[in-house]
Ligand binder design. Sequence first.
Ligand SMILES: [Zn+2]
Length: 345
Amino acid sequence: MLEAIETILARAQADIAAATDVEQLQTLRRTLLGKKGSLTELLKQLGKLDPDARREAGQATNRAKAALTDAFDVKLEQLLNEASALDFKPDLTLPGIAPLNGGLHPIQQMCYDLDDAFMSLGFEVFSEDEITSEYYAFDCLNFPPEHPARESMDTYWIEGTEERRGTDRLCLRPHLTGASVRYLKAHGAPARVVYPGRVYRNEQTDARHERAFYQYEALIVEKDFPFASGQLLVRTILEKVFGREVEIRMRAGFFPFVEPGFEIDMRCLVCGGSGCKVCKQVGWIEVMPGGTPHPNVLSAAGLDPSVWSGFYINVGLDRLVMMRYGVDDVRLFHSADIRFLSQFR
Ligand SMILES: [Zn+2]
């Protein structure tokens, strides 16, 4: 029995070494190790032997099996390597496969362009935590205590702090303006600062309302800052972003943290003012609210309102992006539909 095993092993090793292709090797493997292979057949005869001889023969068969399995694997790898080296003849005339590049989202691109425009006018980019407090979100910004925006339907209050007040009552920031007070307290005046970022509102989401979205706000604070300079600043920024002349107009608007406050409109760049879908046939598009910081806000920031003045601009990112590309439905930009967004790469 042991002799028979040795014979099979020696012949098999010679056959494996002599194999010249993968198919031949696989046939050989089946003949030796398969269900009806010669080693398997030998194992079936073990039962006829006496216990000692059976144990010895069993061990020898298993050793032979292991040795052959190794020999097969080594040979198989060798044959595959040789085969792939022979078969691989690259066609150097074929065009390459272009890598799939990502791109900036049009709204992010607009943020960067605004950063560039503001920085060229000496503004600094500032960011703060997204968790803020009732004090920075409302109190210091001249929001009256009964203002509806304070109610939980608009603001995400942090659990466990609802019963507290002021800086101890925490929330996800519902707008960016609190960052301006934080910045002024730390850096003083004069100041030129932008503070883009994400804000949160506890609203029903639908096609036009998101619970988290980006805003872009800017503040300039100088001594006796004339209102006309605010208007000039807005126009300069828009012209830098759009690379062409723009026309703006201002209408009175009310926001607690500004006095006076304005809605700033821009002549529609898509139709030039004659009316189109983007401007809803009006010829003008509302791009941003803004205005002079309220004296209470300046005081809260530690500045004397009789000395310091300035201008807030809350840039409407969506509107600017719609204007840039002449797209009349802002939902498309928020759709995350790669077919739509890949046009802007
Ligand atoms: Zn238009």
